[in-house]
Design a protein. Sequence first.
Length: 155
Amino acid sequence: MKSLTRLWVEGTAVAGTLDLLSAFIFSGTKGVWPMRVLQFVASGPLGDSALENPAFAIAGLVVHYAIMACMVGVYLFAAVRLRPLTRRPLIWGMAYGFGLWIVMYWIVRPLRWPNAPLPSATGLVSIGEELISHVILVGIAIGVVIGRGVAARRD
């Protein structure tokens, strides 16, 4: 039986890595290198100067996994208290991933970058990439790792 801390770390590692790889791949198809992706992530909390210095890519990696740790932590907190999250981890993981997409792309990003276009203005391909990342790679990963892990602790 895994501890809740271990489940949290595993969920963060799995979902965070899948999300990061998808960001690298989808951005790479647009000619954006992984280092630039990480600099952009760092620029969220650290400001636009992160875009000017490649050293901020390391900060972007830390920021990315810190955000993912929060996302996983919320699901873990809920899964311990709400049995349906552990009985149907795929469905609830997908729903959670969709909720994360709404929060990130309709609330967080517009607050940080008010001039950036909303998803409705970016096109179906961009929306599809975002949803693949958040619903499938992040949501399902969190749902399965946390849901199954918490369920195993109950058995």
